[in-house]
Design a protein around this ligand. Structure first.
Ligand code: PLV
Length: 329
């Protein structure tokens, strides 16, 4: 199969979110992608454009980039090795194996290892095994692939119907770069982007606050798929540009979890905590606060939330998170 590997996902109105916000909210359902998240847009595009070594590919991932890489490799008839940190739940390892990938788990001794260490191992394997390296978020071809999420929205709504703002989760910043590029591509560069991270997986917010790229000491959030310690340079550059407003916001794991639960109840779709961070922009009143502060207009026009999805969740994993993350008292 020569691709594209992603599908044109539904853009659906959320009545519950619209009611809360007092403005129409559209959900771009990347959770419906064949690999379970938006990652397949960029990774599919990158794998098609790059010359692939027949020995196969290697991808370091918090989980979802790996799912996309494994899916694409299987369709292209290439072997895939996915390196995941030991913080990834067993269900991710199983799903990757189901896609036919070889899974390497880094940091089995140091439990708290995160994506950055998995990446070091993936880079080592490109040298020693001659595999093609597929990065999870830091590559122009990934951003170009991710930008189709905006092209599709413009095609559905009509170019004249600009959104008032777009909400995205940020891990290493690849989705953000794709969304920023896509907005420019359709002439919507004046549409503000609200970026959402959880406290403890907040490398973009830390960079915006510091005015320079910073490396977090550790990832303390349970939203492991947002757990890159350093944001990619391009995402930081977008945050410094005066052309497009990027508003960086944080929520707690508790708020992200509450968002996952509310979304499941109201929209009947189960997503990862990483995605819950974006949903919490509405469910925890972040957008409403930004409007109160005059940082977003009121009325807003319509709001788009990119429902980035994620495979690292099932009923058992949700129950684990509910145990681990304390409830508000
Ligand atoms: N996850 C990456 C990076 O992890 C991965 O390897 O899967 N929403 C979901 C469901 C994600 O899986 C990710 C990234 C993001 C949002 C954030 O996207 P990014 O990294 O492009 O900002 C460490």
């Amino acid at each position: 199969m020569s691709g594209p590997f992603h599908i044109n996902t539904p853009l659906v109105e959320s009545v519950g979110m619209s009611r809360r916000l007092g403005t129409t909210v559209y959900l771009k359902m990347e959770s419906s992608q064949p690999s379970g998240s938006f990652k397949i847009r960029g990774i599919g595009h990158l794998c098609q454009q790059m010359e692939m070594q027949s020995k196969g590919i290697v991808c370091s991932s918090g989980g979802n980039a790996g799912m996309a890489a494994a899916h694409v490799a299987r369709k292209m008839g290439l072997p895939a090795t996915i390196v995941v940190p030991s913080s990834s739940p067993p269900l991710v390892v199983q799903k990757l194996q189901d896609q036919g990938a070889t899974v390497k788990i880094t940091g089995e001794i140091l439990y708290l290892q995160v994506w950055d260490e998995a990446n070091t191992e993936a880079l080592r394997l490109t040298e020693t095994e001659g595999l093609t390296y597929v990065p999870p978020f830091d590559h122009p071809l990934l951003w170009e692939g991710h930008s189709t999420v905006i092209t599709e929205i413009a095609a559905s709504m009509g170019q004249k119907q600009k959104p008032g703002a777009v909400v995205v989760s940020v891990g290493g910043g690849g989705l953000l770069c794709g969304v920023a590029q896509g907005l420019r591509g359709v002439g919507w560069e004046d549409v503000p982007i609200v970026t959402m991270e959880t406290v403890g997986a907040d490398c973009f917010n830390a960079a915006v606050k510091a005015g320079t790229i910073v490396t977090l000491e550790a990832i303390t959030s349970e939203a492991k798929c947002l757990g890159a310690k350093t944001v990619c340079r391009k995402a930081f550059q977008y945050s410094q540009s005066t052309e497009q407003a990027i508003i960086s916001e944080l929520v707690t794991d508790q708020q992200a979890l509450h968002a996952v639960e509310t979304f499941l109840d109201e929209e009947r779709v189960l997503v990862e905590l990483a995605c819950g961070a974006a949903l919490a922009a509405v469910y925890s009143g972040v957008i409403q606060r930004l409007q109160d502060e005059g940082r977003l207009p009121r009325p807003l026009g319509y709001l788009v939330v990119i429902v980035c999805g994620g495979s690292s969740i099932n009923r058992e994993q949700l129950a684990n998170l509910q145990k681990k993350i304390p409830r508000p008292t």
